[in-house]
Write a protein that binds this ligand. Structure first.
Ligand SMILES: *Cc1c(COP(=O)(O)O)cnc(C)c1O
Length: 396
């Protein structure tokens, strides 16, 4: 893969007609080392956030040995890329054939579930295997998170105790897992969820071997500066230690966003300007899905050296013929932006590069490596602490 110092060097060398994805392996490596060294338990990478094989190898080399996969295609991808990785199939609704292949062909022994039917499916598809770690997914609140994951999956407190007891009967190792929602802006989300775990365990009176606090660890975006990750780790550790669990129990987490947000940025070209609207060559059906559909704001940087010194608020249109291919922003860029200019959009490693489709004939892009720093980082140790500054912490 071609390596450039930064986005401007890519423009000078290639004047790209298509969007360009920039990989920053050093940033992903730093995030992985942070979790491996500082999270008080085991870190599983949630592959759906960015399934790039290059990224998987960076994370593995940095010490991430466990991978949270949610489809048989992700199982096959991780197994083909990292032959020794430990696979954890954490989607609570799977097909019998996916479970069978994951277990029998790829050696996956960790599964999640949130119903009795799924438990029976797992037992049948593994021919009553006795070496399984089975994690019961609890439904917890997403009130502190920017993107909810509270509606779709999880047993509630009326169902969980019986499900925990039934799962204990067949599991070699019993786990409880949850997901507080993505981009959780307060560590308190995990305390609230762990208190639900406590209630379920006490009610069920079962011995639990794994507590999996899921994903939701935040990254940094304009208008969303979360507290330091150390705060999350500290409060999770203290609450976990107070739970009534097996003396040999393990604590797991499943970050997606926090491990890969800094890994990618995107270079786009302005093909037309109409007032404060810029028509760019990537959008809602490309890497900017979240910018279009949930109004997510990503940091932007104009790449023309003689651009105006004063900024103006722009919105973007993507390249497809669909009106929905629109990103409201606001994106602050030099007031003299014009057709032919290039823009770098940062922090697209999580749920950005992974979302590209080929709709309307768009979606092709070049991929290069860049050696400079991501537009924001929570792993460099130089970030202002939002608790002692006037940074906005958005809490819903
Ligand atoms: C999506 C997902 C994750 C990762 O979530 P992030 O918010 O990206 O950290 C982890 N676990 C499960 C079960 C998921 O569905």
């Amino acid at each position: 893969m071609h390596h450039y110092p930064d986005a401007s060097a890519v423009i000078r060398a290639t004047s790209p007609d298509q969007p360009v994805i920039l990989n920053r392996p050093h940033a992903a490596r730093r995030a992985a080392r942070f979790f491996v060294e500082k999270f008080p338990g085991r870190t599983l990478y949630a592959v759906k956030a960015n399934p790039s094989a290059d990224l998987l190898r960076v994370l593995w080399d940095a010490g991430v040995t466990h991978y949270d996969v949610a489809s048989i295609a992700e199982v096959r991808l991780v197994r083909a890329t990292l032959p020794e990785a430990v696979l954890c199939f954490m989607h609570p609704v799977k097909t019998a054939s996916a479970i069978r292949e994951a277990y029998a062909v790829h050696g996956c022994k960790v599964f999640s579930l949130d119903t009795q039917e799924e438990l029976e499916k797992i037992v049948a598809a593994t021919d009553g295997a006795e070496d399984l770690t089975l994690c019961v997914r609890l439904r917890v609140s997403s009130e502190y998170s920017e993107l909810s994951l509270a509606a779709k999956f999880g047993a509630d407190l009326t169902e969980a105790p019986a499900l925990l007891q039934a799962t204990r009967q067949v599991a070699d190792s019993l786990g409880v897992c949850f997901h507080v929602g993505s981009q959780s802006m307060s560590p308190h989300a995990y305390v609230q969820a762990l208190e639900k775990v406590r209630a379920a365990i006490v009610d069920a009176s079962v011995l639990v071997d794994v507590i999996d606090v899921g994903g939701g660890f935040p990254s940094i975006y304009p208008g969303m500066e979360p507290p330091p990750l150390e705060d999350y780790f500290g409060i999770i550790d203290r609450t976990y230690e107070s739970l009534p669990i097996s003396y040999s129990a393990e604590l797991w987490c499943e970050p997606g966003r926090a491990l890969c947000a800094e890994y990618n940025s995107l270079i786009v070209r302005v093909d037309k300007r109409r007032g404060s609207e810029l028509f760019i060559n990537d959008g809602a059906y490309g890497a900017l899905f979240d910018a279009a559909h949930v109004g997510w704001r990503f940091p932007v940087k104009a790449l023309r050296e003689d651009a105006a010194a004063t900024d103006e608020a722009f919105s973007f249109y993507g390249p497809t013929c669909d009106d929905l291919d629109h990103m409201e922003g606001p994106f602050e860029l030099p007031s003299d932006m014009r057709a032919g200019d290039y823009i770098e959009i940062g922090m697209l490693g999580a749920y950005g590069a992974a979302m590209k489709t080929a709709f309307n004939g768009f979606g092709e892009s070049e991929v290069y490596e860049a050696g400079d720093e991501p537009m924001a980082s929570q792993y460099r140790g130089d970030r202002r602490d939002p608790r002692v500054s006037d940074n906005v912490v958005s809490l819903r």
